[in-house]
Structures are given as structure tokens and as C-alpha cells.
Design a protein around this ligand. Structure first.
Ligand SMILES: Cc1ncc(COP(=O)(O)O)c(C=O)c1O
Length: 396
């Protein structure tokens, strides 16, 4: 059972704003914000290195907390600056020869696709997009048929940046395992929203960020690399934390996933992320998943009733990202008009998920992303505001 009153008391931001931009950056719960501020205050008073020593247990807790969240081992986790750097540290560590293939999806995120193009230009590897099903998720049979011995990675998002679509990660994992091909899962939009078990999914690498559905601070992310992949994946960059300089001409790389970390990083953010993960575990990820789907579906069906409003989400199973357009109004103008009413949403542009947006002739969409702390009344307030912007046909 969700203790909505308690959760909203913990979420100080709900008194100032109707925050429906959790796919951008969520509102931190008070214990998270207080942990970050408290850590910084301690650094201010006692020094950064001294604080890190004194708070060692709190800094270490992030690995145990994340391991519990995604059913991994703490040694398989690394803390990074954000999801993209986590992803980069894994992807750029893979080896590609000319003609090797990277398989991905139609809804791939821009940062990842740019990396495919860069690596393709550097190495002669080929980027192949797996077709999707009629409802928009990756077609797992097509993926199966496309895999040959030139495929060096299957890399896809769990949920794209621009719609609530949930890709069938476990079905993809079953295929990649059968073929022995590494599976890199960008779970940036699902961690904290969707229950995740890396073994059940069968991914070798998973990346995510702190600030979105996990409700942690900005400037932190994490990387999971499964034990069997760890032995095969060398970080594209190393420092004196990921490796030790053991002789003048030799270094040794750490055996755990922290080989992908940097020595200097966002320590206050790391403590904040640990508290955010513990908070999500306390609320219960299954409970969160039920709640966000309920709120998102309420929003989608109400928006769909409004003449001139088009809900642009794809996917048979959908989560807490709801996208739409309003005839005759630029998405950025809608976002700004809603902001003036104290409602936070964001805009997904074509350049964020070009393959998907272009084929659907979408330049940009408004993205509303509720979380479990939102209320039905907040969803309805957004619907009312959009109706008014669209001409007031339904609610006047
Ligand atoms: C699907 C997806 N992957 C990756 C990212 C990148 O996350 P970060 O900004 O933490 O690097 C985003 C951010 O919006 C995203 O939506």
C-alpha cells in the first residue's frame, strides 16, 4: 500500500509545483535532498577528503542499495556522472572490426546513436536497426533472425525518451544469451519506475541515472556490468582508481566494476543516490510501477478525449511517459503556458530520438511524466489546462 500522504509530506516540492516532469528530473524526497546538503555542509566544515573518510559507510551503501534494487552483486556496480557516461564507459570498451554489427532499435536515444555513428566512422562497424512490431517495441523474432557472428552487441533502451513504450527486455535477453552476444540495456527511464532484475532480464550491461524516476540528485548515474562481462570488458579510459600503477611499466586494472569509475566524483551525489535508492525500495518498486501506470493511463485517456490533442505514445505496455501534441501549437509554447500555471512538463524534440520521430513525422512532442507521488487531481489539472489551450471543447 502506498502511503501517499506520507510520501507527499516528504516531497516538499509538491507544495510549490505540479511536477509532471519526472522523466526529466524528479523532485527529490526530503531525506535525499537533506542527505546531499548535509554531506556538503560536512565537507564545508571538515574538508572533502576527511568527510569521505568519515562517511565511508554512507558512500559504500550505494553499491548495496543498487544491488538490492536491480538484483545484482555490489561488485558489479560503478558510480558515474550520469547515464550517458555509464553507457559510454561500457560501449566504448567494446571492440569492433570493419563489418562488425551493432544492433539497436527504432526508438534509440540520441546520445547512444551518436556513439554508434562515431564508432562506425572510426572502425567500419555497421549500425543495423532491428524492425519493430506493429505496436512499436523491438521485434524479438526479427532480432533473432538478424543475429550472426558479426553482431558484437545488441544495444537498446528499456523505455525511450519520447514515449511510454516498454521494450521486452527479458525476451531480448533470452535471444542474446542463446546467441552469446553482449546485451547493453539503457534503463535510464525505467530504473525507479519499473521493477528490474538483471538476471531475469539477461542483460550484460545496464545503465541508468539518479535524477529521473529514482528521485536522486543530478550529476550522478550508475553502470552495472555482469560478472562474466566484467572479465571481458576493458574500460576505454582508466585512472588511478580504476587501475593501480604497480611498476614503472605496468598497471593492474581492478577486478570489480569500479574499474569504470573515476577517483574524483560527486561524493555528495553518491550519498544522495544511496538514500534515493533506499527510499524507492522502501516505497516498493512493484507498488511504484502499479501507481505510475495508473496515473499515466488516466492522463492518456483523458487527453485523447480532447479534440485537437493527439497522444503520440507507442507501445503495447506503457509506463509513466505520456507524450502528445496540440494542433496549431508548438510543444515548447505548451510547456511554457503550462509552466505559467505551475505545471511542469517537458518537450521531446526530433533530435532526441530521430529515427522514431522522423518516421512518425513528429518534430517535437510535449512530454508529461507522472510519478507515484503525483495525485489524480494533479493529472486532472494538467488535462484541464491542456483542454483550455486546445480551445476548451471538453471542459469549457
Ligand atoms: C532513454 C534515455 N537514455 C539515456 C539518457 C541520458 O541520461 P543522462 O542525461 O543521465 O546521461 C536519457 C535522458 O533523457 C534517456 O531518456
Amino acid at each position: 500500500m502506498l502511503d501517499l500522504d506520507g510520501i507527499r509530506r516528504d516531497t516538499r516540492g509538491v507544495t510549490t509545483v505540479n511536477h509532471l516532469n519526472n522523466a526529466g528530473a524528479s523532485l527529490m524526497p526530503a531525506p535525499v535532498a537533506d542527505a546531499v546538503v548535509g554531506y556538503l555542509r560536512q565537507e564545508e566544515s571538515y574538508g572533502g577528503y576527511e568527510t569521505a573518510r568519515a562517511r565511508r559507510d554512507d558512500l559504500e551503501d550505494v553499491y548495496d542499495a543498487l544491488a538490492a534494487l536491480i538484483s545484482a552483486d555490489p561488485s558489479e556496480l560503478a558510480i558515474t556522472d550520469n547515464a550517458t557516461r555509464a553507457w559510454d564507459m561500457a560501449f566504448y570498451g567494446l571492440r569492433f572490426d570493419p563489418g562488425d554489427r551493432i544492433l539497436t532499435t527504432t526508438t534509440e536515444y540520441a546520445a547512444n546513436y551518436i556513439a554508434y555513428l562515431q564508432v562506425s566512422r572510426r572502425t567500419g562497424a555497421i549500425v543495423d536497426v532491428v524492425p519493430d512490431t506493429a505496436t512499436g517495441e523491438i521485434d524479438v523474432d526479427a532480432l533473432d533472425a538478424m543475429i550472426d557472428d558479426r553482431v558484437k552487441v545488441v544495444s537498446m533502451n528499456h523505455m525511450p525518451t519520447n514515449s511510454g513504450l516498454l521494450n521486452p527486455a527479458a525476451e531480448v535477453g533470452a535471444v542474446t544469451r542463446r546467441h552469446g552476444v553482449p546485451f547493453l540495456l539503457d534503463a535510464c527511464q525505467t530504473v525507479g519506475q519499473v521493477p528490474i532484475d538483471v538476471d531475469a532480464i539477461g542483460c550484460d550491461i545496464l545503465t541508468a541515472t539518479s535524477r529521473k524516476f529514482l528521485r536522486g540528485p543530478r550529476g550522478v548515474g550508475f553502470l552495472y556490468v555482469g560478472r562474466s562481462m566484467l572479465a571481458r570488458l576493458e574500460p576505454p579510459m582508466l585512472d588511478l582508481h580504476g587501475a593501480t600503477w604497480v611498476a614503472n611499466d605496468r598497471y593492474e586494472v581492478r577486478s570489480d566494476a569500479r574499474r569504470f569509475e573515476l577517483w574524483e566524483r560527486n561524493f555528495a551525489g553518491q550519498v544522495g543516490l544511496a538514500v534515493a535508492v533506499r527510499y524507492a525500495l522502501e516505497v516498493g518498486v512493484e507498488v511504484i510501477w502499479d501507481r505510475v501506470r495508473h496515473l499515466a493511463e488516466r492522463l492518456r485517456s483523458a487527453l485523447a478525449e480532447i479534440p485537437g490533442v493527439t497522444v503520440t505514445d507507442i507501445g503495447a505496455e506503457r509506463g509513466a511517459i505520456v507524450t502528445f501534441t496540440v494542433d496549431g501549437m508548438a510543444p515548447a509554447a505548451i510547456r511554457d503556458a503550462l509552466a505559467a500555471e505551475g505545471i511542469n512538463v517537458s518537450v521531446s524534440s526530433r533530435a532526441a530520438a530521430r529515427l522514431d520521430m522522423e518516421r512518425r513525422h513528429l518534430d517535437a512532442v510535449v512530454r508529461a511524466s507522472p510519478h507515484y507521488f503525483n495525485t489524480e487531481a494533479e493529472i486532472d489539472a494538467l488535462v484541464l489546462a491542456v483542454d483550455r489551450l486546445a480551445g476548451g471543447a471538453v471542459y469549457g
